[in-house]
Ligand binder design. Structure first.
Ligand SMILES: [Zn+2]
Length: 430
């Protein structure tokens, strides 16, 4: 069993709780002093940071939502002056309700430590060649992995996503041993290999770390058996660094949360009440080491179960179950987040008013497909075929551009779907 930082990853629970309490107290003090949003919240409930003397008391503080973050666009949630920020990322490339996340130099070093623990935990060493097939851009994902792999001393190929045929040639010629991507890209690489008549046995791949979209055991089996690798899940979100929040150890029985940096709670999304281990609810994260962009009780929108039982790997940090669902209306399709509101606004812009529509996600041949069904009405002159076709083409272009890949658009008769059900997700992960 390999650990990157055994002292911390296997720390006894008592010491870990003390580390968390001290980190939490320091973070609360800093946000109270430097972030107006938190100061206002705390004053509203008559709470002073020095009042917190035990970890349980965290439950008394208000929850934080994505909306709170985007309301403070761009820099009002920062707890340090901009001159101390060395990196900026945003949560989405389409820039709808954006959230800007800053990193200090210390934040970058901590991020590298966390992703290094993730990679070292599955067996990555300085002998490895790590191909990062995630899109390098304004979102943080691939950068965190790159930092961790470089800290380990592995050789990094920051190839980004796309150009799958080129990727498999590089994979073969550069002797890639670790693949980092979304599961969708991994499956795309398998197809590209088949098209090139390339035998995966000829590759030097050993491990794969996959994330940024929901994927289940069936997909894991498919990737493992066809690429001859061990595939593991990783979880993170840009608001909280990106990758490096929680990851699977070789036991593959849930994802360990890095508890020396984060305090995780699982709440009932309807009442906000903290749930006992084993019950499914919304993951809430408090950061206790971040300098530039600390978060206090941030609602992730992701549904999971907390597991505080000991793990066979020896790590003492708690585990969360793999994440397949969300409790809000955000859909994660091929690594892209989208809400019905966003699609509704595009439809309204193109057609002049928001029609009734439904978003349907399916997994066909291991690839997510998004279809937007729109109820046809007389308003759109649908008696004229040519106008109708142009309308559909226009929508197809706009929505596909928004998502970054091809989306199907279908006009349907009124009454075809329940107009109150904006999202139908037919994917099965478990
Ligand atoms: Zn473990």
């Amino acid at each position: 069993m390999t650990y990157w930082n055994a002292q911390i990853e296997c720390m006894d629970r008592e010491t870990l709780s003390q580390v968390q309490l001290e980190g939490l107290q320091a973070t609360l003090n800093r946000v109270y002093k430097n972030v107006r949003h938190y100061r206002k919240l705390f004053r509203g409930i008559d709470f002073m940071p020095e009042d917190l003397t035990s970890l349980d008391m965290l439950q008394q503080l208000p929850l934080l939502t994505r909306r709170d973050l985007s309301r403070n666009y761009p820099y009002d949630m920062f707890a340090v002056p901009l001159r101390e920020v060395v990196r900026l990322h945003t949560t989405a490339f389409n820039f709808e309700q954006p959230v800007v996340i800053g990193f200090t130099a210390n934040d970058m070093a901590n991020w590298a430590e966390l992703t290094a623990r993730n990679l070292a935990g599955i067996g990555v060493t300085r002998e490895d060649v790590v191909q990062i097939a995630l899109t390098f851009g304004i979102m943080s994902g691939p950068f965190g992995i790159q930092l961790g792999a470089e800290v380990i001393g592995a050789s990094v190929i920051p190839i980004s996503a796309g150009k799958l045929r080129e990727q498999v040639k590089i994979m073969r010629d550069f002797k890639t041993s670790v693949l980092i991507s979304t599961p969708t890209v991994a499956l795309g690489l398998i197809i590209a290999m088949e098209e090139l008549d390339m035998d995966p046995h000829g590759l030097t791949l050993k491990y794969g770390v996959f994330g940024a979209e929901p994927w289940g055991e069936k997909t894991r089996q498919e990737i493992e058996s066809r690429l001859f690798i061990s595939a593991s899940d990783t979880y993170g979100l840009t608001e909280v660094f990106g990758p490096g929040v929680a990851w699977e150890c070789p036991a593959k029985k849930g994802l360990h949360i890095a508890e020396d940096h984060f305090i995780a709670e699982v709440i009932d999304p309807a009442t906000g009440e903290v749930l006992p281990p084993g019950e499914e609810g919304e993951l809430v994260i408090t950061t206790i080491g971040k300098e530039a962009f600390p978060l206090i009780r941030f609602r992730t929108g992701d549904l999971t179960r907390m597991d505080r039982t000991p793990c066979s790997c020896g790590r003492t940090h708690c585990r969360i179950s793999r994440i397949f669902k969300r409790c809000d209306d955000v859909l994660v399709v091929r690594g892209t987040s989208v809400t019905p509101d966003q699609i509704g606004r595009i439809l309204a812009r193109v057609s002049g008013e928001e029609p009734r529509f439904q978003m349907v996600v399916d997994r066909e041949e291991n690839r997510d497909q998004l279809m937007v069904a729109i109820e046809a009405t007389d308003t759109y002159f649908f008696d004229e075929m040519k106008k109708q076709r142009r309308f559909v083409e226009h929508l197809h272009r706009e929505i596909s551009e928004f998502m970054g890949w091809e989306v199907n658009i279908r006009l349907v008769e009124p009454g075809t779907f329940d107009p109150y059900q904006k999202v139908v997700d037919n994917r099965r992960f478990e």
